[in-house]
Design a binder for this molecule. Structure first.
Ligand SMILES: C=C(O[C@@H]1C=C(C(=O)O)C=C[C@H]1O)C(=O)O
Length: 271
């Protein structure tokens, strides 16, 4: 119990296109204030008590026994996601240095698991700062997520992985990138209900969201609509939980999450 019953619930959400359908109607939610930021910063700010609820990288929830999932609204993919890429300058099996997008926590964990499981690789890790392009890094492999990963770099790569596609091929399961999370038993007032209502409305409005966002990001309208409707989806159900459990087991096996964390779901339709 955090003991905090704030007048205004501080909500943090991802500032990428992928989360627009979740936050489209959220700024107006009564009793809350909304801040948009990079996923890794949201994880740090929730951990540090600067946010009451946040759309955090799923691995953050799997690493912290004090967290609970407080909505079945999420960011998930079952197959290629388009915006989470590993660019390889050498065959993936020969990667010695790996640059990790500093906005990421979940995909940064997933790529390490995939390389370790497939090839027994534990590359030297380097940061890919948020202001860098792929060309700014000299690493053998570069992980990039979010809006900037949707634009293919001009460089020709030996291999390019779409991590959610790789995950599906390997496990047969969907992958959950981000979930709404709070410290257990935080008093969120009506905000938790507002999250799923906002998702339902946002999903209905995807075309309008895409028309507004596509020119801002320089992404073709068709690609934007396709991304928000076919690459991504926004409901955490039974299959997504199986994907999360598998991801957790692997993260523990590879020393990337502590043992004994039970995912707790509140306000989730499938509980
Ligand atoms: C699909 C994506 O999912 C994101 C990936 C995250 C991560 O790797 O930690 C966190 C939040 C999500 O918004 C993306 O950013 O492209």
């Amino acid at each position: 119990m955090t003991g905090r019953s704030p007048d205004t619930v501080r909500v943090g959400a991802v500032n990428y296109l992928n989360s627009k359908p979740l936050v489209e109607d959220l700024a107006a939610a009564e009793g809350s204030e909304l801040r948009l930021d990079y996923p890794s910063r949201l994880a740090d700010d929730l951990a540090g008590g600067h946010l009451d609820v946040a759309l955090v990288p799923s691995i953050a929830c799997l690493q912290n026994p004090d967290y609970e999932v407080i909505s079945d609204a999420c960011v998930a993919a079952c197959g290629d996601v388009l915006s989470v890429k590993l660019y390889c300058r050498v065959p993936a099996a020969e990667i010695k240095t790996l640059a990790l997008d500093q906005g990421s926590r979940t995909s940064a964990t997933l790529v390490r698991i995939l390389l370790a499981e497939r090839f027994g690789l534990h590359p030297e890790l380097k940061p890919l700062p948020l202001t860098w392009s792929v060309a700014d890094s000299d690493a053998d492999g570069v992980l990039m997520i979010g809006d900037r990963a949707i634009h293919p770099p001009a460089e020709k790569f030996v291999e390019t992985w779409d991590l959610a596609g790789e995950w599906l091929q390997w496990t047969g399961l969907p992958f959950v990138f981000a979930m709404w999370v709070a410290h257990r038993e935080t008093d969120l007032g009506s905000v938790a209900d507002a999250l799923s209502a906002a998702r339902d409305l946002g999903v209905e409005r995807i075309e309008a969201i895409a028309r507004r966002e596509a020119p801002l990001l320089g992404i073709p309208l068709d690609t934007t609509i396709d991304y928000l409707t076919n690459n991504l989806y926004y409901r955490l159900g039974e299959r997504e939980r199986l994907g999360l459990n598998r991801f957790y087991e692997l993260a523990v096996e590879h020393g990337l999450a502590p043992e004994g964390v039970d995912l707790v779901f509140r306000n989730c339709a499938t509980t």
